[in-house]
Design a protein around this ligand. Structure first.
Ligand code: KIV
Length: 277
């Protein structure tokens, strides 16, 4: 089942399409935050996540806790303008869904209406699967997120891999199963050991989308600015496919040097008044 983009007439990938990829061709996902990058990613990715990581990688915040619904809507609208084929999922920010399922429904419905995106993502703590079931039953496709949950950084104390003790392992497994049973069409599994990622992937019907969770998952996602090489430091699980930081640095230094030496603008970059006829 596919929806059509009103702009291009292209078929857009939907939640059931992603769901049907379980155990098949790996699902290619990246985070996206703006229209031009989403347009470049559209051809290559099955799913673009407007991650609340936008708070850290675009807005310079220390974590995702202070990201607002308005920020997610603004970036979601931009991504929807750039991408016409990939499925677009919007991360629900901290505080927008934990307070009760009715509040969650209201906020998720607002995000879907104002962005036109196909689904939302919720970090699935112990109480969230019940909310996911409520949303799915009311027509909102939901992606879950288990393992390392960045929105729990203040209670957890740090961003660190999850499920390394037996207790934690059982908890993450139970949250993944409850999330899938609640009807999530896919589940992000972040920062867990390969054995746990494999166990979750084998146990649940929904595709698992790994980030720092090994190749045992049904698909992969990375924060785009990390894999493009925008930052000096990235977590160990990131592979850099680009040298964006160096490329931008080089371009900025060349521009500054040309302006200071009056090499820019040259004649070809200058408008002249028309000669009188
Ligand atoms: O916000 C985000 O970028 C995410 C990914 C890490 C999955 O949730």
């Amino acid at each position: 089942m596919s929806a059509q983009s009103p702009q291009t007439g292209q078929k857009r990938i939907t939640a059931p399409d992603i769901r049907a990829r379980k155990g098949g061709e790996p699902v290619v996902c990246l985070t996206a935050y703006d229209a031009p990058m989403a347009a470049l990613m559209d051809r290559h990715c099955d799913l673009l996540l407007v991650g609340d990581s936008v708070g850290m990688v675009v807005h310079g915040l220390p974590n995702t806790v202070s990201v607002t619904l308005e920020m997610m809507i603004l970036h979601g609208q931009a991504v929807m303008r750039g991408a016409h084929r990939a499925m677009v999922v919007i991360d629900m920010p901290f505080g927008s869904y934990e307070g009760g399922r009715e509040i969650a429904y209201e906020n998720c419905a607002r995000v879907m209406k104002e962005t036109g995106a196909q689904a939302v993502k919720l970090e699935s703590g112990p109480t969230v699967p019940e909310t996911i079931a409520y949303l799915v039953q009311r027509g909102i496709p939901v992606m879950g997120h288990v393992g390392l949950r960045p929105q729990a950084v203040l209670t957890d104390g740090a961003f660190r891999a999850r499920g390394r003790t037996e207790d934690e392992r059982l908890r993450v497994m139970a949250e993944a199963e409850a999330t899938a049973d609640a009807g999530a069409f896919a589940v992000v599994v972040e920062g867990v050991a390969e054995s746990l990622a494999r166990e979750i992937t084998e146990a649940i019907d929904a595709p698992t989308i790994g980030i720092g969770a090994s190749s045992a998952c049904d698909g992969q996602i990375l924060v785009s600015s990390d894999m493009l090489g925008l930052f000096d430091w990235t977590p160990r699980f990131v592979r850099r496919y680009g040298t964006m930081r160096e490329d931008v640095e080089r371009a900025l230094a060349a521009y500054a040097s040309d302006v200071r030496a009056r090499r820019f603008p040259a004649e070809v970059e200058t408008y002249f008044s028309k000669k009188p006829t």
